[in-house]
Every structure is written in C-alpha cells, then in structure tokens.
Design a protein around this ligand. Structure first.
Ligand code: NCD
Length: 305
C-alpha cells in the first residue's frame, strides 16, 4: 500500500501507486455498501465538515453518505447563506471552522486554486470537491474505478473525453489520471471549447466527433458549463447536439463494447441522447454514482482513518 498525502487537492501530486491504493481500498467499500451491513468505523469519533460554495447535489450527497458510512459526524455548511455574504473572506471562514477541530474538510469553490489556499491555513485533511476549472480529483478517481471494473484494466485504453473541455475540472483531472496510468486520451469538441494550452497536454485533439470516437474503449461526455461561459461559445443547443451530441449513429464509431460515461448533471438532447444514457448495455452512469461513494470513503479513510 502506498499513500503519503495529507490532503487530496488534485490528481496532479498523486503517484500511480497511490491511485491504485485508493481504488483497491474503494473495492472493499463497494462490497460493504452492497452488503446489509453498510457501515464501518474508520472515521468514528471524527468530524467532517462539507463546505460547498458552488451548487452541488450528487457530490455533496456522496461525500455526506461516505462520511456517515464510516462513522464520522458530518456537518453541511450552507455556504450560500454564510458570512461570506456579509463580506467575510474564504480564509476567515476556514479559520473559524478550523477552530472547531474538524478532522476533514470537504470543499467546493468556484475559483481555481481556492481549495489549495485553504489547505495551507488549516490543521486537518482537506479534500477538493471541485475548484473552478482546475481539479475534481474524486470525480476522476470514481471514473477510474468505473472504467477498471467495466474494462478489467486501467491502462492501454483509448478514452475520448468529449464536449466542453475548456471549462471542465472533470476533464482536467481525468486527463491527468488517465495519462499517469498510461492510457491514450483524446479530447473531442469544438475549438471554442478547447483550453488555450491544449497543445501542452500531449493528447490528441479532435474537432470531428466521429473521428474522435473511432475505436474508443471509453466515451466520456461533458455538460456545457454555461455558468462559466460569457456567451458566444456555442451556436444553438440543437446545432451543438447535431455536431457533438452522443447518439447511436456517432457511438457506432467507437468500439463495439465501448462504455459511455457522464459525471452529471446531464442535459439530455444537448450533449447526449437520452436513449444512450439509459441504455444499460452501454451506459455506466449509475455505476459512476455508486463508485463515487466508495471512492470517497476510501480517500477519507486514507487521509484521516
Ligand atoms: C461536475 C462538476 O461539478 O464539476 N459535476 C459533478 O461533480 N458530478 C460536472 C458538471 O458540473 O458538469
């Protein structure tokens, strides 16, 4: 077992062996979550505070359930109503919470780098639940576990990440993780939604969806992050679906046994045809949600357990 991190701020600092350690422990938690037992004691007596400065349903629920399954006292701060509205800085809020002696802080924030800054100011383990366009490490880890279970391995796979790459922390964390584990990553989407520094990533970039999906083992679809756009990035949603939306005709270019993924929230008829999302022979979207709880249990156990 290899794991030397004090925080989980991103995929960037993780060694491949640490990624494998998290995924292997998560496998134990998948089994536990499927059993009648459902509970363990790794975090009993510990305090976990969730601070979500950006809207979230599945990620916050997943972290909350993960903490409770491990026996932690879990507190959700309603950050939208917090003193930040009264002008308090992120750091002052963090220092206030730090004085309550939490063992784990789970933080989502709209600014890239905010969670790293916060981690420098507190004494407990910090988990990044998504910061701006930067990283969303537990999403990449749950995606990795889903892929490993569906494909039987997590190396030498061709993974097409499709859609709004520029605004996506999910794409960034996945790109880093899949690269570290020696997979072939392709980014597929309109040039207006590719990050400016895409050439530095060392991956193949496709504007044409069919060419990008050709022979792929995994097709990962992303939402158009309208809240991070100033407008003008895409024409109409109908036009977007026509060119970049995943439907049966485009999916036929991928391998016959290719799996379809989506981190949610999903916009049916924009980036994905609802029939594909619901096709249990192709879509692993529900498995991703299940793996999310197990991966978060594993990460919190390794950091504080
Ligand atoms: C993603 C996020 O917040 O980055 N959602 C999630 O965590 N499941 C993706 C998105 O918002 O589109």
């Amino acid at each position: 077992m290899t794991f030397t991190q004090n925080h989980l701020l991103g995929i960037e600092p993780l060694q491949p062996a640490e990624i494998t350690t998290i995924l292997d422990l998560a496998e134990d938690y998948v089994a536990l979550n499927r059993s009648a037992e459902k509970h363990a004691t790794a975090l009993s007596g510990m305090t976990q505070i969730n601070m979500f400065f950006e809207a979230s349903t599945r990620t916050q629920a997943s972290f909350e359930l993960a903490g409770k399954r491990l026996g932690a006292d879990v507190m959700n701060m309603a950050m939208a109503q917090s003193s930040l509205k009264k002008g308090e800085t992120l750091i002052d809020t963090a220092l206030t919470l730090n004085a309550m002696h939490p063992d784990l802080l789970v933080v989502r924030h709209g600014s890239s780098g905010a969670v790293n800054l916060l981690a420098e100011k507190v004494n407990c383990a910090v988990l990044n639940a998504g910061d701006g366009r930067h990283e969303h490490p537990t999403q990449a880890l749950l995606d990795a576990l889903t892929i490993r279970r569906a494909k039987g391995r997590l190396h030498r796979l061709t993974v097409a990440i499709c859609g709004d790459i520029a605004h996506s922390r999910v794409a960034r964390s996945n790109l880093l993780l899949l690269g570290k584990m020696e997979n072939r990553v392709r980014l597929v989407g309109p040039p207006t939604l590719m990050p400016a520094q895409v050439a530095e990533f060392g991956v193949e970039v496709f504007d044409d969806m069919r060419a990008g999906l050709e022979g792929a083992d995994v097709v990962m679809m992303l939402r158009l992050q309208r809240e991070r756009m100033d407008g003008g990035f895409v024409p109409s949603e109908r036009e977007y679906f026509h060119r970049y939306g995943l439907d049966a005709e485009k999916l036929a270019y991928a391998k016959e046994d290719a799996i379809v993924m989506h981190p949610g929230p999903m916009n049916r008829g924009v980036e994905i045809d609802g029939a594909i999302a619901d096709d249990i022979n192709r879509s692993v979207i529900q498995e991703q949600v299940e793996m999310g709880v197990a991966v978060r249990m594993a990460a919190m156990d390794l950091l504080a357990g």
